[in-house]
Design a binder for this molecule. Structure first.
Ligand code: F6R
Length: 236
């Protein structure tokens, strides 16, 4: 595991975008596993600017997102599909048909989950998985639990996660209580993982995850078992 400590969020975003950009340059048809939330916003801005300058191209890139809320229309600004369009896809030369986000409005979520895992497998797995971390140590929406779940699955969001995500919604009662998330099999199957710790507030949970016991109670701790993890963390 490589840990890169940076001064602030701007530096974190630049370095994270350089890591993603390098993967794209080395393998133009790579599969990127992408995350939403505050952590990668600056990284996406840097990637958009690299693409506009012609330094990288998303023409042959495929993306698979970690998660999506259940029963939130994809036209809702808080849906993760909308987030990805707004923050990245609408501003780079990616083919949207090659961008995959779990279908949170599916009437058959079990089938959706199975098909999402099959899609990742068909694509040959993920080359680089970008992750943020929740205050409770979740990655994707793999919440603290008594076991790790390998496959894509439906999850009941914890109170901590609902409260953390309420900042994006008009009021807390509008925050979806369930989501579909890629499981640990998809994440750990990625060839490389980039974990973005976007604020020193999370350094406590990050240290627990990276150096403490490996336990499903701290879901990100499973990353200790991955061979190629780069962590970028902010000092201020
Ligand atoms: C987002 C995701 C989540 C977030 C985490 C941190 O797709 O899977 O695990 O990365 O909740 O969220 P932020 O970055 O908003 O603090």
């Amino acid at each position: 595991m490589e840990i890169i400590k940076v001064k602030n969020y701007d530096e974190l975003s630049r370095i994270s975008a350089d890591i993603v950009g390098k993967v794209i340059k080395e393998k133009p048809n790579c599969v990127l596993g992408l995350a939403t939330g505050s952590s990668p916003v600056g990284m996406y801005q840097n990637l958009v600017s690299k693409c506009k300058k012609g330094e990288i191209s998303f023409e042959n890139v495929t993306s698979v997102n970690l998660d999506e809320y259940i029963n939130l229309p994809i036209t809702d600004k808080n849906s993760y599909r909308c987030f990805m369009n707004d923050n990245l896809f609408d501003h780079v030369n990616i083919d949207k048909k090659k961008t995959f986000v779990p279908d949170g409005n599916s009437l058959d979520t079990a089938k959706t989950c199975r098909e999402y895992d099959a899609k990742i497998k068909d694509l040959g797995g993920i080359d680089l998985q970008v992750l943020g971390i929740g205050d409770n140590g979740h990655i994707g929406f793999n919440e603290p639990s008594d076991h790790f779940t390998l496959g894509t699955h439906v999850v009941n969001l914890t109170k901590t996660t609902i409260e953390a995500n309420a900042r994006f919604f008009d009021d807390i009662s509008s925050v979806p209580t369930q989501a579909i998330t890629m499981g640990m099999g998809g994440i750990m199957g990625a060839k490389k993982v980039l974990l973005i710790i976007n604020t020193p507030r999370k350094n406590g949970i990050a240290n627990k995850a990276l150096f403490g016991d490996i336990t499903p109670q701290v879901p990100a701790s499973i990353l200790q078992l991955h061979k190629d993890v780069v962590v970028v963390m902010c000092e201020e």
